[in-house]
Design a protein around this ligand. Sequence first.
Ligand SMILES: *Cc1c(COP(=O)(O)O)cnc(C)c1O
Length: 638
Amino acid sequence: MTTDSLIPWSTKLAEEVYGLNQWGADYLSISSQGEVMVQLPTEAGIREVSLLDISEGLRQRGLEMPVMVRIENLIDGQITSLNESFAKAISELGYQAPYRGAFPIKVNQQSHVVSEIARFGNRYHHGLEAGSKAELLIAMSMLDNRESVIICNGYKDEEFIDLGLQMRKLGFKCFFVVETPAEVPVIIQRAKALDVEPYIGLRLKLSTQVDGHWAEDSGDRSIFGLSVTQLIQIVDTLRDADMLSALKLVHFHLGSQIPNIRNIRDGVREACRYYVELINEGAPLGYLDLGGGLAVDYDGSSSTEGHSRNYSQEEYCVDIVETVKESLDPLNIPHPVLVSESGRATVAHTSVLLFNILDVSRFMPTHEPQAPEEEDNDAILNIWTAYQSVSPLTLQESYNDAIYYRDRVRDLFGRGDISLRQRAYAENVSLAILQKIVKLLPSQKRLPVELENLPEQMADIYYANFSVFQSLPDAWAINQVFPVMPIHRLQEEPTRRAIIADLTCDCDGKLDLFAHPDGAKETLPLHTLKSGEEYLLGVFLVGAYQETLGDLHNLFGDTNVASVRVQPDGSIEYVHELNGDTISDVLSYVEYDTKELFTRFRKTAETAVKEGRITIQERQKILAAFKDGLEGYTYFER
Ligand SMILES: *Cc1c(COP(=O)(O)O)cnc(C)c1O
C-alpha cells in the first residue's frame, strides 16, 4: 500500500495510502480534483469545503504559511457526538440521571476555542474544568448556564476557593475537587465566612493501572488523588463541621489518551465501590466525575497501541453507563449524574497546521554517471564497474561494492591521494548504485536484511516552513505521532518518499514517523515540487495540547492563526484572524529592547558612513531593512 503498489493510482488509493478514512473520524475525504475535503456539520446539514480553498482565502487576507487553522464546526461536531453518545447510552440502558460534560481548559485555552465550547455546548449544558485560578476566571466569565458544571481541580489557595464560592452564591454548580486534605479546613472556614454551601468532590487515587503513555498517572504511585486514609480523615472533618451534606462528587482521572477500554471499565468499577462506601458514610453525593482519558485515534489503527484506542466513542459511553448501573442497582443506590472531562477528544480535530515546503534534498546522483578516464585511480574504476553491473540477481553484492569503494575513495581523499573532483565523481556513482538498488527492491521475493531499510535511508528530506518545537511540541517531547499529508495534488501519484525537516537547525526538528492505520511509517509518500507552485501539507489532529506547550526554539514564534466557520450555505467565514509573532515580539520575550537594538545598529551604520564605506542613502536603506526585519514574521517569507 505504498507508491510501489501495482494498483493504478486514484484518489481512492490516496485515501488508503494516507489512512485519512481511519484517523479522519468521518470528517475528511479526497475530492476528484485531488484536494483534502472537510465535511462539516452546519445548521442546514453537512457542508463540504476544500482545505486548499481555506488556505487560499487566508493567503489573500495576508495570513501566510505556516498557519494554524481552527475549524469551529469541528468543535460543535465533537461536542454533539460526545453528548449524543452519552444520551443514547443513557436512554437505551434506562439510566436515571443525565450526562454533563466539562471541557478541561488546559487542553486548549485559546479564547475562541473555549468561548465556542461554552456557546455551542450550552444546549447540552456542557461545562468547564479549571485547574488554576486563571482557568477558573475564564470559566466564570464564559459560562452562563446554571445547569452546567464547573469543576475546580488542582491545588487551591484561599483566593481560588473564594472565587469558587462566589460562583456558588450566583447559583452555579461549581465543585471543588479536593486534591489534598489541607484544602478542606480552608473550604469550611471560607464557606462559613461567606455563608454559602460549597459543592465538594474528592479525587480518588485508584489502583487501576492503565496502558499508554500516561500509565504513571494511575496506580498507587500516582502523584494525584487521596489515599484511603485521607478520604476517611476528610469525611470525619466534614462531619465534625456539620458539612458532610456538601460532599457531592467523586472524581478520578486515570490519565490522558487511555488506549484500552478494559482499563476504563476497571477504573469505573473501582470508583463505584468508593461511591457506595461514601454513601454509606452518609455523604449525599449525586455526581460521578470520570475525568479525562477518552482517546483520539491518531493513527487510525483502532488498536491498544498508545496513539490509538481499541474502542469507539459510543462504546466508551455504553461501557461507562452500564458499569455504573450494574454496580449501583443491586444496592438500590440512585444513579449519579455522570460527568466527564474530555479534552483531547473534544478539540484535537478542530485544528490543522498548514505549511509549505521550501526545498528538497535528495539522495540522488546529480547526473547520470559517465565512464572515468582509463588511467584513473583503481577505486574509481571499480566503482564505475559496480555501477554498470547492478542487476536484480546481485543486489546485495552491488550494495557491498557501492559502500566499499565509496569508503575507500573517502579514505584516499583523506590521505591526499585523490582530488575533490575524483571524490565527487565516486560519491555520485555510489548514490546512483544505491538508487538503482532501491528501484529493483520491489521485484525481490525476499530482501536481504541489510537492504530492508534502504528506501528509508535513501528517502528525500523535504524542508518545511514551521517549527516542530513551536507547533507540534508533543512530536518532539513524547514522540506523539500525528497524521501528515499533502492537502492537494492527490489525483497525482506521489512518487517520492520523504521525511520532513523543520526550519530550526536542531536535529530533533523533524518528522520521521507518520501515523498510519497499519502502524507508523518512517517515510511519507510525497509529490515532486512544481516550480511556481506552493506544495502544501497539513498536520492533522493538533487541536489538543499543542498550542500553548510550544516554545521559542531558535526564536520561531507563534504562527498565524485563523478560525473559520463554514456557513449553512457552504461559504467559508473567516471568523478570526491572528497574526503570529513578529521578530520584534519574540525578541521582547527574551528581554531585548528593540528600540535599543535599533539605536545600536544605527551607530554601526553611521560609523560606516563616517569611514566612507557606505553613502548616507545606503545607510537609510540598510536601516529601513533592519526595521522591516523587526516587524516581519519569524518564519520563511517568499
Ligand atoms: C488533563 C486532564 C484532563 C483531560 O484529559 P484528556 O485525556 O485530554 O481528555 C481531564 N481531567 C484532568 C484532571 C486532567 O488533568
